[in-house]
Write a protein that binds this ligand. Structure first.
Ligand code: FES
Length: 155
């Protein structure tokens, strides 16, 4: 099977059988993202336990690329710390913007590299990732504030 066909099958499989689709009660992070080019929206839910992403789900609507990419993302970040997940966001975005990222760092996500040929669809592929990154940044920022308040109360 040609690589392009294999990649197409991976995307189709995630689109027709999305992993981790649905909302999550008691999520530590809930963040909404929208693709400004088409108006499609999705929400990401993340639950943390002992510093690791113990569960992650997504809901929303959009094209096959956005849905497949969100589904792949949930599989890839489960079990990672937030900084590790954010580092993967960086690598994925770099790959989508044409940088060379070692294949072993991206796994199945390489299936989305064909999207680079269609610049207007890149935002479809990065929709879930940008939202996750924003949610993680807000969460870390809020936690930092709580920690610095706690420290200054102790002082
Ligand atoms: Fe809307 Fe792809 S066309 S997310």
């Amino acid at each position: 099977m040609a690589l392009d066909d294999l990649y197409r099958e991976v995307i189709l499989d995630h689109y027709t059988h999305p992993r981790n689709k649905g909302s999550l009660d008691g999520a530590d992070i809930k963040v909404d993202g929208a693709n400004p080019l088409c108006g499609d929206e999705l929400s990401i839910y993340v639950k943390l336990a002992a510093g690791l992403i113990s569960d992650v789900r997504f809901v929303g609507r959009g094209c096959s690329i956005s849905q497949a990419s969100a589904s792949m993302m949930t599989e890839q970040i489960k079990g990672k710390t937030l900084p590790q997940a954010r580092a993967l966001v960086g690598r994925f975005k770099a790959m989508m913007h044409g940088e060379d990222v070692p294949e072993e760092e991206l796994g199945d996500l390489m299936a989305l590299q064909g999207v680079r040929k269609f610049p207007v669809r890149i935002k479809c592929a990065t929709l879930a990732w940008v939202a996750l990154d924003q949610g993680a940044e807000e969460f870390e920022g809020a936690r930092g504030k709580v920690e610095s308040t706690a420290t200054s109360e102790v002082e």
